[in-house]
Design a protein. Structure first.
Length: 564
């Protein structure tokens, strides 16, 4: 009877599933296999019908053969979320007509290597998606990876729908602007209309946010007052660095140039001090840091060494709750300035201040008229005095940084729109100690085949989305952030230190022996990682099986005793 009831229940579940009653549970940490809220909202809000054509050949070689099912499942979720607005067609091009239709839709024909017996062959096929909406067509011509695919699809649909958010970047002070210095960032933001603006005239209140990225010349009081009044009207403001200027060797200079920085005063602290924060002109260095390649006395040989001026900043659970840090673990933060907090907003119930980024306790300050930033094997540490604040978010109805003196240069304009002493709308302010991580010199251009991105890009875009109050995109991007960096074993670090020492001493025998020892340490590290991998794969299921076996034998023994 039990088996009959169980069988009937299973049949009933299949019948319900056939009629559309189904449920899915995504247990991955970042919901990697389910559609984000922002994507669902976008699909449901379409005003007209959209057709999606997914072109995937049947006999694609690994790893592309498994990609087709993932892409189909993802597109099916867009279709289901749209409430009938999206039609999905799954096409496996076989005939010449189907192949011509795929290429007309913007899908690229691929030629991938395929292992056949003892040799490699070439397998031609298609793996792309095209979108058709209100007479407009766009395509992802070739999908090489599923990493970041949902973000790319959602951005593409937003472009077709015509949703563009206007943001401004302050120009006129030799800082980064969309046409110079922020080209890569602009490519990551197709749903934003990013333009250079000047603060010598009133800032357009229609701008959702104003970015100031590493200005190197002072802002005038008039410009600071106009920025202040933009914030008083509810405008969002982000300041990325501004306490130092990195040297930029001219094209006439020959040979490699050692990096250095000089302190500058842009006047931004006149604006920020009233809001409880100022930007220091000292660089925060950290023992938890990235690596740089250091030239050696052997021509052409460079070895990686720790580089404290680029801290690896980690985020705790509380910091990750803020939208700008949503689900992030850590990022590289090049040449950050310390941020100093004061009590000017203490007790102001209309304003909330959140510290987003800190260095570790093993950090210190680098200062001087010229700060030497060249890579080296040993750094002088005056003492660990961290942690230091590197990023702050402020939100609410802020007081004016200039009070009643924040007046227009025109008496007529002042009568029409008098200066505000406190914000009439809540504003969002983001101050980061550096902006170099979003500049073209540090930020690679996005690959068109995928919008997968590192933590630095995710932080920049999360911050802009938070400023413009578009939190939906933050959730989507959280699926694309890289895993935390693995800690390099001490044995590997020691052998690398020995190699550096041998190179300095020009001891080739010692260097070769250290290289061999390093190979062994790397091999041992790989073996340990494989042990963890197979332990997770086999040991845990094996433990469950052993538990079940032991429990079965105990129950069998109890039954035998009862029979006696």
């Amino acid at each position: 009877m039990f088996l009959l009831v169980l069988g009937a229940a299973l049949v009933l579940l299949n019948v319900l599933g056939a009629f559309g009653a189904n449920a899915r549970l995504d247990t991955t940490e970042v919901n990697a296999f389910s559609l984000s809220t922002g994507s669902k909202k976008l699909a449901k809000g379409l005003e007209d019908q959209m057709e999606i054509h997914a072109y995937f050949s049947e006999e694609l070689p690994p790893p592309f053969n498994a990609m087709g099912q993932y892409v189909r499942d993802l597109l099916a979720e867009y279709r289901d979320a749209s409430g009938g607005k999206i039609t999905l067609k799954l096409i496996s091009p076989k005939t010449d007509e189907e192949k011509q239709a795929a290429e007309k839709d913007g899908i690229q024909r691929t030629a991938d290597q395929k292992l056949e017996a003892d040799s490699f062959g070439v397998q031609e096929g298609y793996r792309g998606v095209s979108f058709h909406y209100m007479g407009d067509s766009k395509a992802i011509g070739r999908i090489d990876t599923t990493a970041g695919l949902e973000y790319e699809i959602t951005q593409l649909i937003k472009q077709m729908v015509g949703v563009k958010t206007k943001i401004g970047v302050l120009g006129g002070h030799e800082g980064a602007v969309p046409s110079k210095g922020l080209g890569s960032l602009k490519e990551y933001m197709p749903s934003y209309d990013m333009a250079e603006v000047q603060a010598t005239a009133e800032i357009d209140p229609a701008l959702k946010a104003l970015l100031i990225v590493h200005p190197t010349t002072p802002l005038t009081d008039e410009e600071l007052r106009r920025i202040d009044q933009y914030v008083m009207q509810g405008g969002s403001l982000a300041i990325f660095g501004g306490g130092i200027k990195l040297n930029e060797p001219s094209q006439e200079q020959q040979g490699p140039q050692d990096p250095s920085a000089v302190p500058i005063d842009t006047g931004l602290n006149k604006l920020l001090e009233k809001w409880g924060v100022t930007i220091d002109s000292r660089i925060v260095a950290d023992a938890q840091c990235g690596r740089a390649r250091m030239p050696t006395q052997i021509p052409g040989l460079q070895i990686p060494v720790p580089y404290p001026p680029v801290p690896i900043v980690s985020f705790d659970e509380e910091q990750r709750k803020h939208p700008a840090m949503f689900r992030m673990n850590q990022i590289g933060f090049p040449y950050p300035n310390r941020l100093a907090l004061n009590d000017n907003l203490k007790g102001d119930k209309e304003v909330k201040t959140t510290v987003l980024i800190r260095s570790t306790q093993q950090s210190w300050l680098m200062e001087g008229d010229t700060i030497d930033l060249k890579a080296r094997d040993r750094w002088e540490v005056p003492g660990y005095n961290g942690p230091y604040t590197l990023g702050v978010a402020i939100e609410g109805k802020l007081p004016s940084a200039f009070g009643s003196t924040a007046a227009s240069d025109s008496p007529e304009a002042e009568k029409a729109a008098p200066a505000l002493e406190r914000g009439v709308k809540p504003a969002r302010i983001l101050v980061l100690g550096t902006g170099y991580f979003i500049r073209d010199e540090f930020l690679p251009k996005p690959e068109r085949s995928s919008q997968a991105m590192g933590g630095a890009v995710a932080l920049a875009l999360n911050a802009i989305d938070w400023l413009t109050q578009d939190n939906d995109l933050i959730e989507i991007r959280a699926k694309n952030i890289e895993d935390p960096m693995l800690e390099v074993p001490q044995a590997v670090k020691e052998t690398e230190a020995t190699i550096r020492e041998a190179v300095d001493q020009q001891d080739q025998g010692k260097a070769e022996a250290a290289f061999e020892k390093r190979k062994g340490a790397i091999k041992e590290w790989d073996a340990r990682k494989n042990a963890y991998r197979w332990g997770n794969t086999l040991a845990i299921p094996g433990a469950f099986a052993l538990f079940g076996l032991v429990r079965w034998r105990i129950r069998a023994a109890r039954k035998a005793n009862l029979a006696l």
